[in-house]
Design a protein around this ligand. Structure first.
Ligand code: GLY
Length: 349
């Protein structure tokens, strides 16, 4: 088991435990004195937990549509019906949908209960469950209502990942590829030596070590900028085109698959801006391919639709805005020339 900590301003910190079987540590990370626990999960999550105190299981719907205010209302009503109080806690067991919804319900119910996340997907383990972003979607867009609510602890049980469907794993691998360019150059898989997690011949770090490396990078970024005043936006590397591909809703791409294309796109755009060289673009392509992911747009991708969606990105306050690699590393770049943005779409066809 690898034990990490997310250190926050004001001396706050919480543990992240990574490794096979760490779900068994739940009782030891539930805050002392908690009397009862509301376990929030989904029917499809094959993980049972024992928080070590009286608990009740509350199931929310499957899929992104469950990430709604209606779900939070139902959940909070059910908490009230059970008589959950501030002396109690919430435990979210699942992927990003569960950690976002359970976290937001915990942040809101009685103005805030402690929450522990048991992250059961690779994506949740290396991203969604770490850093305190919680929230739900509106019909107008994704993640438009939410709160920063840091968990009391996060458990990343790597045994659970063995049963993940292939595309769910791919979803996490796209995010893992991102960390190569955020200081995780030593992540091992996906590099010139080839092979991502799950590739038998790979001699590099274990999946447990890789998850821990990603958590460490994310923890450092969150520690430096808990509420995304600046630097935390680098965690959205590869996400501008990635989100555009997702929001148009026209392509059969999971989040991490879309991010993988977005990483190569961001590299091509950075090349056209003179920020990086051909070798660095090739490195992006190699890393993405090493995880078995495509760095090319789906066939027939519509450049006009993607341009429109990228213009509506939440970061785009000051013209077209991207997170781009460069001499000083990955950073936010505003006011990017629309012609270059469009030309780079051609470079990932
Ligand atoms: N997933 C991006 C962040 O947590 O800031």
């Amino acid at each position: 088991m690898i034990r990490l900590a997310v250190e926050l301003p004001g001396g706050r910190s919480y543990p992240v435990l990574v490794g096979p079987g760490v779900v068994g540590e739940l009782a030891s990370v539930v805050p002392a004195g908690v009397r009862r626990v509301a376990v929030v999960t989904q029917e499809s999550v094959p993980v049972e937990v024992d928080p070590g105190v009286e608990h009740r299981v509350f199931r929310i719907g499957d899929g992104e549509t469950a990430k709604s205010l209606a779900t939070v209302e139902e959940l909070c009503s059910a908490f009230a019906g059970w008589g959950l109080t501030r002396a109690d806690a919430v435990v979210g067991v699942g992927g990003g949908v569960v950690t976002d919804v359970a976290g937001f319900a915990a942040a809101s119910y009685h103005r805030g209960l402690p929450v522990v996340h048991v992250a059961t997907t690779l994506l949740a383990q290396i991203d969604a469950a770490i850093g305190g972003k919680t929230g739900v979607n509106l019909p107008e867009g994704k993640n438009l209502v939410g709160a920063f609510w840091q968990p009391a602890a996060v458990l990343c049980d790597t045994t659970v990942l063995e049963t993940l469907p292939e595309r769910e794993m791919a979803c996490g691998l796209g995010e893992m590829a991102k960390y190569h360019f955020l200081g995780g150059g030593d992540l091992g898989g996906g590099g010139p030596d080839g092979g991502g997690p799950g590739v038998d011949h790979h001699q590099g770090p274990t999946l447990e070590q890789r998850v821990a490396m990603c958590v460490r990078i994310k923890a450092e970024v969150v520690a430096a900028d808990e509420r995304e005043a600046g630097r935390r936006a680098v965690l959205n590397y590869g996400h501008t085109l990635g989100h555009a591909l997702e929001t148009t809703g026209r392509y059969d791409l999971r989040h991490g698959e879309a991010v993988a294309v977005g990483l190569v796109y961001a590299a091509e755009l950075a090349l056209s801006l003179g920020r990086i060289d051909d070798g660095r673009v090739a490195e992006h392509r190699r890393v993405v391919a090493g995880y078995g992911l495509s760095g090319s747009l789906p066939a027939g991708a519509d450049a006009d639709g993607l341009m429109l969606a990228m213009g509506r990105d939440k970061k785009a306050i000051d013209g077209l805005t991207f997170v781009l690699d460069g001499p000083a590393g990955v950073e936010v770049v505003t006011g990017v020339d629309a012609e270059l943005v469009r030309a780079a779409i051609g470079a990932v066809r």
